[in-house]
Design a protein around this ligand. Structure first.
Ligand code: NAD
Length: 381
């Protein structure tokens, strides 16, 4: 089959769904690879790099869509992109079907098979295709780099002839994939790291990374992973109060706060309130990785860096993965080519869209003029 990557049309998006390296892997599966001219430019891959890897460069988006059987993208397609696709074609991209009902309907009506990379089941076998995790890992790392860049001091403590420098104190709220990456990055830079999550089972992981788990003076913890498929459930009002009380105590002492707390299918919980920001020292930095879902910090403005009246920097960027376009394209490209490997079990360039396969079924949101979202629960853990 022919698979091709479109140049991302979302303004400022630097990622690309197929890299020169993943081109080679896709070819080994028996596929012919295409790329829209300039698609890899912002991630550091030239048309020539793709040609050298054996891909064919299409001059326009229209020409690419015309040429291929499978259209690969990072962001969900625009109306125009999906409008140019034809019956029987496959789309593979982030899709967020719960938030994009109209797009899903369009895919159904046009007879497009839509594979949502954000719907890949989070089971062990599918980890290599888990694009949510690969992008969250990058976002977590980058959040610390952005914080360091905005913080006017060292992260590591030092004793020098010119004076003693204490380590920066960093609080990470939410220790999922992004939070754990942030903890790892911050500890490796020498900061003193504290972390909190509503899921008590992550305490051990946090501590093994050299950070301190923030315990609440609260008897009842929220439901742990068992009932919620490993994700957080909304906290009770009492738990939330205990959490905010603890954060209020910590606020004056923290140099950097990185928030990553999310609850699937809901707006981000507000956990770092205005009065906590006001209690922080001048020059402190907050990086809110939940900005796209409304933000964990009350003062966050999505896609903006603001400085409060008391001199605290609040960063609400929503493009952390794209800010590391080369790295994120490499990892996303790997996620996509692994998915393609599952779709091409005989490595003969023929796609077998096996809806009995948990991973393929889970990620397929439209197929054969039908909406196939939400999927049934996967059978295998
Ligand atoms: P996420 O992005 O949905 O949420 C981020 C974190 O915020 C979670 O750890 C959550 O517990 C936390 N959170 C929610 N409300 C909070 C609050 N009020 N205060 C503090 N923290 C709060 O999560 P994620 O990173 O996508 O992953 C969540 C879970 O899924 C983890 O258990 C992770 O290990 C698991 N996971 C499994 C796989 C796999 O098996 N393949 C892959 C990725 C993630």
């Amino acid at each position: 089959m022919k698979i091709g990557a479109l140049k991302e049309s979302f303004e400022g998006e630097a990622r690309v769904a197929i890299t020169p390296a993943s081109t080679a892997h896709l070819q080994k599966l028996g596929h012919e690879v295409f790329v829209e001219s300039g698609a890899g430019e912002a991630a550091g891959f030239s048309d020539e790099d793709y040609r050298k890897a054996g891909a064919t460069v299409a001059e326009t988006a229209g020409a690419l869509i015309e040429a291929v059987d499978v259209v690969a993208k990072v962001r969900q397609p625009s109306e125009s992109e999906i409008g140019q696709m034809r019956e029987g074609q496959t789309l593979i991209s982030f899709f967020y079907p719960a938030q994009n009902a109209e797009l899903l309907e369009k895919a159904k009506q046009q007879g497009i098979t839509a594979i949502a990379m954000d719907m890949v089941p989070r089971i062990s076998r599918a980890q290599k295709m888990d694009a949510l995790s690969s992008m969250a890992n990058i976002a977590g790392y980058r959040s610390v780099i952005e914080a360091a860049n905005n913080f006017g001091r060292f992260f590591t403590g030092q004793v020098t002839a010119a004076g003693k420098v204490p380590p920066a104190k960093i609080l990470v709220v939410g220790a999922g994939v992004a939070g754990l990456a942030a903890i790892g990055t911050a500890t490796s830079l020498g900061a003193q790291v504290y972390a909190f999550d509503v899921r008590p089972e992550v305490a051990e992981q946090i501590e093994s990374m050299g950070a301190e788990f923030v315990y609440l003076d609260f008897e009842e913890q929220t439901k742990d992973g068992a009932e919620t498929g490993g994700y957080a459930a909304p906290s009770s009002p009492e738990f939330r109060e205990a959490q905010l009380k603890k954060f209020r105590e910590l606020a004056p002492d923290m140099d950097v706060v990185i928030t990553t707390a999310l609850i699937p299918g809901r707006d981000a919980p507000v956990l770092w309130t205005k009065d906590m920001v006001e209690a922080m020292k001048k020059g402190s930095v907050i990086v809110d990785l939940a900005a796209e879902k409304g933000g964990n910090c009350e003062l966050t403005v999505a896609d903006k860096r603001i400085v409060t009246d008391n001199g605290v920097v609040v960063i609400g960027y929503t493009d952390f993965a794209s800010r590391m376009g080369a790295q994120s394209s490499e990892l996303y490209g790997n996620n996509v080519r692994h998915f393609m490997a599952d779709l091409t079990p005989k490595k003969d360039g023929v796609i077998d869209h096996n809806m009995d396969d948990d991973v393929i079924r889970g990620a397929t949101v439209a197929h054969d003029h039908d909406i196939t979202y939400p999927p049934p629960k996967p059978k295998v853990a």
